[in-house]
Design a protein around this ligand. Structure first.
Ligand code: C5P
Length: 401
């Protein structure tokens, strides 16, 4: 089955007998991993109940432009921005006419004007209405704007006519929508990312740690999820909000991070070790708070496990991507690390410029050579990094349905 992991589908239902097929359609989307929000016109509500659509999608169905409560939860502009695809199914002749003229007199038509997401429509109407020159003109107009038009299919119509005007069957409509995303290289891939610092306890109130902010890992997680990947982010203590559509597992120490990684590595397509893992931890953690009664003290440290090396040693193993924050000879040290840790790809950068900063530059190092990623905001750099990662993922073979 095609995957629509993390995809946000705004399903607009307009008034037509085919509206009942949207129940099945929304099930296909949610089963494929998409989130569906439904907007119904007034006429659509005569054919299928909002409660049905709400129960199937798990989201409140939206009906009115001037709904105070709905606006407070997610305003219509926010909803237009939320969507990765707007699908209007069934699209009635009236809807087509209104949208062709750029009307914004109900919630659905307003969302269509406001969104920058791709728009698809599945027309459904009587065959005479479909053949009418007015409808043809409206169709040409929206096609010219880049709308994807799926159908209509030919056959028996509810009104007794035979001809073009039936809404495309839900399974075919689903397949056509999934096809729109099929070019995305990270669609359906599972990325396991570690991020942030680790904290190594000295006693119940003190720890060893570092200045890692987690910003790079969080930017990668957010961008990967937006590109259709399933993302698990294993995070040390940071003060960042969890990116949308990302599963976050909070850990504290390097040993916790290793355990959380190993628990989830089996189905990962790529492991991206961004975390600044503490290299050492106190050999013993005292049960009580250490008193400051001595003029000096020493803490015995032992080496922490190297998480990324452990992942690289697995067989089979995912694509393994590391980071190296260096203060000198960034590229040479990065390449040495790539080889020693047996990584597929490593992003090296200057530690003094990277930690806690919103901007970063990096050198991508692999067996094939080096690629410079110029200094930019971490989000933009994350997108470039994900392109390089996606190129190296083995081509996935889809299991037969
Ligand atoms: O050895 P160094 O810490 O410079 O290597 C950096 C890379 O190794 C990063 O990808 C980091 O997440 C990973 N690493 C790890 N476990 C450690 C130390 C580093 O996964 N204990």
């Amino acid at each position: 089955m095609p995957t629509l992991t993390n995809k946000r589908i705004l399903l607009g239902i307009t008034g037509g007998i085919a509206a009942y097929k949207c129940a099945e359609l929304s099930r296909l989307f949610t089963r494929a991993g998409a989130e569906v929000r439904v907007v119904m016109t007034r006429a659509a509500q005569e054919f299928v109940t909002p409660l049905t659509m709400q129960a199937l999608t798990g989201n409140r169905v939206l009906m009115d432009l001037l709904d105070f409560e709905a606006e407070a939860a997610m305003g219509h502009i926010e909803l237009a921005r939320w969507a990765d695809l707007v699908l209007v199914a069934p699209a009635s002749a009236d809807f087509l006419a209104r949208t062709a003229h750029g009307r914004a007199d109900d919630l659905l038509s307003t969302l269509i004007l406001a969104t920058s997401a791709p728009i698809a429509i599945a027309p459904a109407m009587n065959q005479g209405m479909w053949s009418d020159p007015g409808t043809r003109q409206n169709l040409d107009e929206v096609r010219g704007r880049g709308y994807h038009v799926f159908g209509p299919a030919e056959g028996d119509q509810a009104c007794g006519d035979v001809g073009p005007g039936r809404m495309v069957e839900p399974a075919d409509l689903f397949a056509s929508c999934a096809e729109l995303f099929s070019g995305e290289p990270l669609a359906g891939r599972h990325l396991l990312i570690t991020g942030g610092p680790t904290r190594e306890a000295i006693d119940p109130v003190r720890f060893l740690s570092n200045h890692s902010s987690g910003k790079m890992a969080y930017a990668l997680a957010a961008e990967a999820a937006a590109a259709g990947a399933r993302v698990t982010l294993i995070s040390g203590p940071v003060s960042l909000p969890t990116p949308d559509r990302v599963t976050r597992i909070d850990v504290t120490s390097a040993e916790d991070m290793l355990a959380a990684t190993m628990e989830r590595i089996a189905d990962a397509d790529a492991f991206i070790g961004v975390a600044a893992v503490a290299d050492y931890r106190p050999a013993n953690q005292t049960a009580g708070k250490i008193k400051k009664d001595k003029a000096s003290m020493a803490i015995d440290l032992v080496r922490n496990p190297d998480i990324i090396s452990e992942v690289a040693g697995l067989n089979p193993r995912p694509l393994v991507v590391g980071f190296a924050a260096e203060t000198e000879d960034v590229t040479a040290n990065g390449r040495e690390k790539l080889e020693r840790k047996q990584l597929d790809l490593l992003f090296a950068n200057n530690a003094t410029e990277t930690f806690n900063s919103d901007e970063v530059a990096a050198t991508a190092i692999s067996a094939e050579g080096e690629v410079e990623i110029p200094r930019a905001r971490k989000e933009a750099v994350a997108r470039k990094m994900l392109e390089l990662i996606a190129e190296r993922l083995p081509v996935s073979v889809e299991a037969p349905a």
